[in-house]
Design a protein around this ligand. Structure first.
Ligand code: NCD
Length: 305
């Protein structure tokens, strides 16, 4: 039985297969409409979510399966003090596969160790978010035509942003990837990622503070929200929250084929006027998230169509 904790749980070949399957699902949805008939997905969300939880649920419903679960810790027995380990043992009796989001780094891993069904990490604290990465890879591959030879600007909260952490882990396995890490000093990428991933794999990267300096040379700009819920005090958040605002004027500095991605939710970091720019693909990205989660569910349940 396979779980998904980090994008590295799949080899590049396995990832390619999931992305191919997602493209086939996009083009032939009817072929998959009953693939999960009789199967149940549990969504165990101890932290707020819109896209991840609902796209998982939409994915399972599109496959003809059913869904059950909770959308906040308060409405589950966690509020009574139940451990993740006990909860997952019980959920294993009710569902065939589960997606878990938790504020504590490593909680889905603890669940996986006690589970008799596949567990998918749907975001654990400031650590990893592998299904957002699958979504991002599918978006990039579908709209840019490749996952190699890319200069990628990662902008915003690189310290706490788990989507960025997972995306870096996944992308360094493709040839000729270059990163421009755009953040304020206080929100730089953690040292453990620099040392264990970027430096170790001799990946080309630079750290800059001004977005304007990076924009002219990017193939992709991946914007992120400042992660309010991971700050220790409100004051620091308020100081950081509007550090970057991508607007029409800044978009003029960017190449005509640069794509703008964002895992969403957006707060102020992308001005709504940018939404009409054909290079802004963050709402398409959310749609790709459904296809790729359908492909992931089929893969983990070992269902072939
Ligand atoms: C992201 C997350 O939860 O980490 N959201 C998402 O799943 N699309 C990004 C964020 O919350 O900023």
């Amino acid at each position: 039985m396979k779980h998904l904790m980090s994008p590295l749980d799949f080899s590049v070949e396995e990832l390619d297969h999931i992305l191919d399957l997602a493209n086939d699902i996009e083009n032939h949805p009817e072929k998959y409409a009953h693939a999960c008939a009789g199967k149940k997905l549990a969504t165990l969300f101890y932290e707020p979510s819109t896209r991840t939880r609902l796209s998982f649920e939409a994915a399972m419903l599109n496959l003809g399966g059913s869904v059950l679960g909770f959308s906040s810790a308060d409405s589950s027995s966690a509020a009574k003090g139940e451990s993740v380990s006990d909860t997952i043992r019980v959920i294993s009796c009710y569902a065939d596969i589960c997606a878990m989001r938790h504020p504590k780094e490593g909680a889905p891993m603890v669940a996986a160790s006690k589970s008799s069904i596949p567990v998918i990490n749907a975001g654990d604290g400031g650590h990893q978010h592998p299904t957002q990465t699958l979504t991002d890879l599918l978006t990039i591959r579908s709209l840019k035509g490749r996952l190699n030879n890319l200069t990628i600007g990662l902008c915003g909260d690189l310290k706490f942003g788990r989507t960025v952490h997972s995306l870096i882990h996944a992308l360094v396995r493709y040839p000729d990837i270059r990163f421009v890490l755009i953040s304020p000093e206080e929100l730089r990428i953690p040292d453990y990622i620099k040392e264990n991933v970027l430096d170790k794999d001799h990946i080309s990267y630079k750290e800059v503070e001004r977005m304007e300096d990076a924009l002219p040379n990017l193939d992709l700009l991946y914007m992120t929200r400042v992660q309010k819920e991971r700050f220790f005090n409100e004051e620091d958040y308020v100081r950081m929250k509007d550090f970057y605002i991508l607007d029409k004027k800044k978009m003029e500095l960017a190449p005509s084929d640069m794509l703008v991605l964002h895992p969403l939710p957006r707060v102020n970091e992308i001005s709504v006027e940018v939404d009409e720019d054909p290079r802004a693909v963050y709402f398409k990205q959310a749609q790709f998230g459904v296809y790729v989660r359908m492909a992931l569910i089929l893969t983990l349940l070992e269902i072939e169509c």
